[in-house]
Design a protein around this ligand. Structure first.
Ligand SMILES: C[S@@+](CC[C@H](N)C(=O)[O-])C[C@H]1O[C@@H](n2cnc3c(N)ncnc32)[C@H](O)[C@@H]1O
Length: 468
């Protein structure tokens, strides 16, 4: 057997939660990051990465379990890639997220901060997601429990579930997922059973063979359900039978769609989605506003917390009715439409053209006539000329992707000099970097995290910047 070139640390005390959901301890003053641990754990660790100032490793043995730990609700905890913080009580998760926001903004941003307002926790800690995407695979992951029970690991009945972290070709067959309300579990289990009973082939991602690739389920707070089945090739008879089976079994399905994706990767962003039965969209409602969601549209995945996030955003924007607002990185224009009735006009910019079509549609659907939406890359669209044409913004709302905003976009915003900037971020580390750019001209007036994703380390954070 090949010896590991890195050492084993026999007895590591975990003392802190670090960024990205890892926890850390110290070995002779060297920081050691270890996933799947919490402060209070004592662990035996195999190091697998050693740098000058830190090491990374994984747990070989838990010597003492932290008193902070609780029993995970899900049988897949520890093996599934989602919900990695299930072993922490929800109040502790919120405490760690709140601290993480403070640490990131103060350490990485180096800006002066007001007191961080209490994180808004999710009322629902289970069944809070409105969208899940499952993968079919002929390489079912054999769980540790099955191995311990002496299972026949050559048994390869197809799986329908989530990828094992770091293993693109292994999929955990999910028995019950606690993330999405019914009929989500029932639909996934029924589709898998139907596929096995009818000898439909589950996809092999290495060989690129097999028929069934992905299953997406979207549910709305209005009780609608969308199902999208992704096939690797078009076999109309088989496809029709499977889709008819779904329709006959689940009267809750209001939108049944399919995609034929014969590409090498799973993304359906560039594929045609065909509606087989029902409507080609579902609707979400927020404060009386209706939002039409197509199979490919982005919509915040925790609907209740999206409402809280937008309320914080609107409160921070403090609109009186006569302002020009820019909603940059507008997605399908949900924030733009949400604040439109509180101001003179809203300009939304986003680079996905279909999302901009949705944004326009949603304004029209709600009788909102003071929004304008533009598709294009932010650094090309937002320039002096654009600002002169549409009017200087009094308030700029930013909700960029995890990478944060481009330095040139920050410069254009500085030149535009709005009275305030409301920065919504799903990554406090890049948000901190960007706040440092604004620091000379803007002070951080308010900070409020919102938890969109219970049982994960992810946190959404809203910052209000006001001109100095
Ligand atoms: C976090 S989402 C914003 C979601 C939206 N505010 C909402 O709440 O539904 C970020 C959006 O930025 C868009 N985006 C990413 N990079 C961009 C760029 N360089 N220019 C314009 N839009 C971009 C993405 O397509 C995505 O819709």
């Amino acid at each position: 057997m090949r010896r590991n070139k890195y050492p084993i640390i026999e007895n590591l005390q975990i003392t802190e939660i670090a960024a990205e959901g890892k926890a850390l301890g110290r070995d002779n003053d060297i920081v050691v990051f270890v996933p799947n641990t919490v402060p209070g754990d004592v662990v035996r660790v195999q190091i697998n990465n050693k740098r000058r100032r830190f090491m990374e490793g994984y747990v070989l043995e838990y010597l003492t379990l932290s008193p902070l730990r609780c029993e995970p609700v899900c049988e897949h905890s520890g093996e599934c890639g989602g919900c990695k913080w299930q072993f922490l009580p929800y109040e502790k998760q919120l405490e760690f997220k709140q601290r993480q926001v403070f640490d990131q903004l103060s350490r990485l941003g180096g800006v002066e901060l007001p007191e961080i307002e209490p994180i808004i926790g999710s009322q629902k800690t289970e069944y809070y997601r409105n969208k899940l995407e499952f993968t079919f695979s002929n390489k079912r992951w054999i769980t540790r429990e099955e191995v311990a029970q002496g299972a026949d690991i050559t048994e390869r009945e197809g799986a329908l579930g989530f990828h094992i972290p770091g293993m693109f070709d292994k999929v955990l067959d999910v028995k019950k997922c606690h993330l999405q309300a019914e009929p989500s579990n029932a639909i996934r289990l029924a589709v898998r059973r139907y596929a096995i009973d009818n000898s439909l082939e589950f996809y092999d991602v290495k060989q690129h063979t097999g028929l069934l690739r992905n299953l997406m389920i979207r549910t709305s707070t209005t009780g609608e359900t969308m199902v999208v089945v992704v096939f690797a090739e078009d076999k109309p008879q088989i496809r029709t039978k499977l889709l008819d089976f779904l329709l006959a079994t689940f009267e809750q399905i209001t939108s049944l769609c399919y995609v034929i994706n014969s590409k090498l990767n799973d993304s359906i962003a560039d594929q045609e989605v065909l509606c087989y039965a029902g409507k080609p969209y579902i609707e979400e409602v927020m404060e009386g506003l209706r939002f039409r969601i197509n199979p490919k549209s982005f919509y915040q995945t925790n609907s209740e917390q999206a409402y809280n996030l937008y309320k914080v955003t609107r409160e921070f924007a403090n609109l009186k009715g006569d302002e020009i607002v820019y909603d940059l990185y507008t997605g399908t224009g949900t924030i733009a439409n949400f604040v439109a009735r509180s101001c003179r006009k809203v300009i939304g910019v986003e680079y996905v053209p279909e999302a901009i079509e949705d944004a326009k549609y949603n304004s029209a659907l709600n009788g909102i006539d003071n929004t304008l939406f533009f598709a294009g890359d932010m650094k090309n669209v937002l320039n002096r000329d654009f600002i002169e044409r549409h009017g200087r913004a009094d308030v700029i709302i930013l909700d960029p992707p995890r990478a944060g905003i481009d330095a040139s976009v920050a410069q254009t915003i500085l030149e535009a000099a709005p009275k305030s900037i409301v920065y919504v971020s799903c990554n406090p580390a890049t948000q901190a970097r960007d706040l440092a750019i604004f620091n000379e001209a803007y002070r951080v007036a308010r900070v409020r995290p919102v938890d969109m994703f219970p049982h994960t380390h992810h946190v959404e954070n809203v910052v209000l910047l006001t001109r100095r």
